[in-house]
Design a protein around this ligand. Structure first.
Ligand code: CA2
Length: 143
């Protein structure tokens, strides 16, 4: 069974509490359940990690790569726009990664238009809401 990790970055543990017009009303637990349901249909094993700390996300990428994970779905949230460390961590893992953004980052403030981490990914899905993670899982399952 293919093993995929879903990594979520800072403030995504607050989903469903504020800004419903941008991020919807679902919580992180709802998002994880949606992905778990799809993983079951696809016959893929999924593992989840959320952190508000850049270094913790870097450490988790290394740990999962050493443990034999086969791909990543990443939403590094605000770190997507700033973090060369997370870009390098994905590169060091040498595994397929798909970046997801719940909102359409190109239609928001200019400081969200660039992603440092997307360049270390095989694809980016932005603006599809929670279903963007499901799309990413389907794509990775095929690789
Ligand atoms: O659209 C996305 O998925 C983002 O990665 C979400 C990040 C944002 O910094 C990125 O530019 C785009 C924000 C994470 C969640 O922030 C919340 C803010 C208010 C309420 C709940 C979550």
């Amino acid at each position: 069974m293919k093993k995929i990790a879903i990594l979520n970055g800072p403030n995504l543990n607050r989903l469903g509490r504020r800004e419903p017009l941008i991020y919807g009303t679902g919580t992180l637990a709802d998002l994880e359940q949606l992905i778990r349901d799809e993983a079951k249909l696809l016959g893929v094993a999924v593992t989840f990690f959320q952190s508000n700390h850049e270094g913790a996300l870097v450490d988790k990428i290394h740990e999962l790569a050493d443990a034999g994970i086969e791909g990543f779905i990443v939403n590094f949230a605000a770190y997507s726009h700033t973090s060369i460390a997370l870009h390098d961590a994905l590169k060091s893992a040498g595994l397929p990664a798909i970046e997801v953004h719940i909102s359409d980052i190109k239609k928001r403030e200019a400081f969200r238009h660039t992603s440092m981490t997307a360049a270390a990914c095989v694809a980016m899905i932005s603006g599809q809401g929670f279903p963007g993670y499901v799309q990413a899982l389907r794509q990775l399952a095929k690789l």
